[in-house]
Design a protein around this ligand. Structure first.
Ligand SMILES: NC(=O)c1ccc[n+]([C@@H]2O[C@H](COP(=O)([O-])OP(=O)(O)OC[C@H]3O[C@@H](n4cnc5c(N)ncnc54)[C@H](OP(=O)(O)O)[C@@H]3O)[C@@H](O)[C@H]2O)c1
Length: 179
């Protein structure tokens, strides 16, 4: 199969670059999901074949089942056994991310959605595997928490593709990766 799939990060962060409070609280973000605005999510997931996330993000979804992504296969990067709810399709993976992307591209020609968190986003960026980055800037300064880019090992050049300001105050920044 000739794969046209892209690896896309789609994630929201505070203006100062945090994706969760220190205690993993994301209520500051969830209030924006109750406004009737979906920030292009429904359109975006139409072309997603698989989602990839870290063990810590998956763990939070187990605690808050409404956050689980259902109807799309979840790959969870994890070095430990974790449970799977009956309505979720999840496969656990440990190993090289390049090999994971090649494996997924044999399974789907649709896009690979990197959900996060920051450790996983950093790992994909460090491995040069990200094609596009959609970062939603939430109008809040959290001061402390889980960073979106905690572990980059190099500078990464970006090419601006689109900026969308929403009435809620969120701004979408859409970048392509310079390769
Ligand atoms: N704002 C948003 O849109 C958004 C989106 C996603 C997540 N979040 C939040 O972000 C927080 C979690 O983010 P996080 O950065 O702390 O953790 P994370 O990226 O979700 O998970 C990191 C964990 O994944 C496992 N892992 C296995 N292979 C890995 C690899 N190659 N690279 C990186 N990790 C690998 C490791 O856990 P083990 O060794 O234990 O297996 C590692 O500790 C949660 O609070 C979540 O709710 C927010």
């Amino acid at each position: 199969m000739v794969s046209l799939s892209k690896v896309v990060v789609y994630i929201a962060a505070s203006l100062d670059g945090y994706i969760a409070r220190a205690d993993d609280d994301i209520s500051w973000l969830e209030t924006y999901n109750t406004t009737g605005e979906d920030y292009g999510y429904a359109e975006f997931v139409k072309n997603v074949g698989v989602v990839v996330m870290g063990a810590r993000t998956y763990e939070q979804s187990l605690r808050h089942p409404e956050r689980m992504i259902v109807g799309i296969k979840n790959y969870v990067l994890s070095n430990r056994p974790m449970s799977v709810p009956h309505n979720v399709e999840a496969e656990f993976y440990k190993g090289a991310l390049g090999e994971l992307v090649n494996k997924i591209k044999r399974e789907t020609s649709k896009d690979i959605f990197v959900v996060g968190g920051g450790q996983v986003v950093s790992a994909f960026l460090n491995a040069g595997l990200v094609d596009e980055l959609l970062q939603f800037v939430v109008p809040i300064l959290l001061k402390i928490g889980s960073s979106l880019y905690p572990a980059l090992d190099k500078e990464i050049g970006l090419r601006l593709m689109e900026v969308v300001p929403y009435k809620t105050g969120i701004v979408k920044l859409h970048y392509g990766l310079k390769k």
